[in-house]
Design a protein around this ligand. Structure first.
Ligand code: PMP
Length: 357
């Protein structure tokens, strides 16, 4: 039972498919890893990945889909480099990754923190209905699902007409979104959609080409758009597994179907956290993430933390340790995590409670 925050659990059929094709990808006599990225079979893989993503999310033609490297963290710099035209942007700081992005943007202009939940260790999403968005702001930036704190924007901020840029690393394809609500979405694949090594970005075309600063070639979105994510060697194997994961998701019934499944899992786990007298959730109830479920020992039972961790480990559960800035536990229950996995965890929590009470 893998509850790791990322890299994270992948669908078993995807792993089986990747394993089956490891030595011979569809009669080519070689692995995808050994194949030229300029070859026909590889071109087909990357084209399919884009086409599937477009279908799954209903991405309109005026949005470009990119596959890049550098991790989601590289986007913290690429976003302001490419989009900060007036050198002003508004950031909503809801956790460490939003804070890192905000800090990075300060290298390129005036990055205003227009809202923050730092006062309560990022356990909630601030009210974003009427923020002091700058008149000349180039964009409003959010981290939509805060992997470390287990919070999620269930309502997008009112950007007052400015483009919204969203880091969706840990909630990508977990629920239907309206792509046109965003100027740009991006994330690392290693949580919900594949292995580490590939970053996806969906960018409205008209957001680009307006800045006057010098942008290094590899950090300019237009480079990757012009060359269809093939300016240089793409992370071929990561994109291949991402493509397989997207096909799996289509087979599962698409984003709406997986969203229902994700809600069922989250309900099960939060239900047990709320019922079980030994545990409490750390995120504000209204802002709870469907993907990263954070909880700690209830007051008075803090001394049982290590014991529960070993107990769960003994039942085959890994990746449950909370991030060091929150402590306690975090169960990441991404798309590929099953109801059976979550049930095993809730059973384990119940059993632990009955042992202790
Ligand atoms: N944003 C979010 C929401 C994340 O969860 C992470 C990684 N855990 C990152 C950004 C950074 O991603 P990477 O390690 O790919 O740079």
């Amino acid at each position: 039972y893998n509850f790791s925050a990322g890299p994270a659990v992948l669908p078993e059929p995807v792993l089986q498919e990747a394993a089956a094709e490891m030595l011979d990808y569809r009669g080519t006599g070689m692995s995808v890893m050994e194949m030229s990225h300029r070859s026909k079979p590889y071109q087909q893989i990357i084209d399919e990945a884009e086409a599937d993503l477009r279908t799954l999310m209903g991405i309109p033609d005026n949005y470009k889909v990119l596959f890049m490297q550098g991790g989601a963290s590289q986007q913290f710099a690429m976003v302001p480099m490419n989009l900060m035209r007036n050198r002003v942007a508004d950031y909503i700081v809801t956790g460490q990754f939003a804070k890192k992005a905000w800090k990075e943007a300060q290298l390129f202009g005036q990055a205003n923190a227009v809202a923050s939940s730092a006062d309560k260790n990022f356990t909630y999403i601030p009210d974003c209905s009427d923020l002091p968005i700058a008149e000349n702001s180039d964009y409003v930036y959010i981290c939509e699902n805060n992997t470390i704190y287990g919070t999620k924007f269930h309502q997008l901020p009112n950007t007052k007409g400015k483009p919204l840029v969203s880091d969706v690393s840990s909630c990508f394809l977990s629920e239907p979104v309206k792509v046109t609500d965003y100027g740009m979405l991006y994330g690392g694949a290693q949580k919900n959609v594949g292995p580490a090594g590939v970053v996806f970005a969906i960018i409205r075309k008209d957001a680009l080409g307006k800045v006057s600063r010098y942008i290094p070639t590899m950090l300019d979105y237009r480079t990757h758009i012009d060359k269809e994510s093939m300016f240089n060697t793409p992370p071929v194997f990561s994109i291949f597994v991402m493509n397989e994961t997207l096909k799996w998701l289509k087979g599962m019934g698409g984003v709406e179907a997986i969203h229902k499944y994700d809600m069922e899992k989250a309900k099960l786990l939060y239900g047990e956290i709320d019922r079980n007298s030994l545990f409490v959730g750390t995120a504000a109830e209204k802002d709870r993430s469907l993907m990263n479920v954070c909880f700690v020992m209830a007051p008075g039972y803090e001394n049982l933390q290590d014991e529960f961790m070993s107990f769960a480990k003994g039942k085959g559960m890994v990746g449950l340790k909370g991030h060091r800035s929150v402590g306690g536990f975090r169960a990441s229950i991404y798309n590929a995590c099953t109801v059976e996995d979550v049930t095993a965890l809730t059973e384990c929590m119940k059993e632990f409670e009955s042992m202790k009470k």
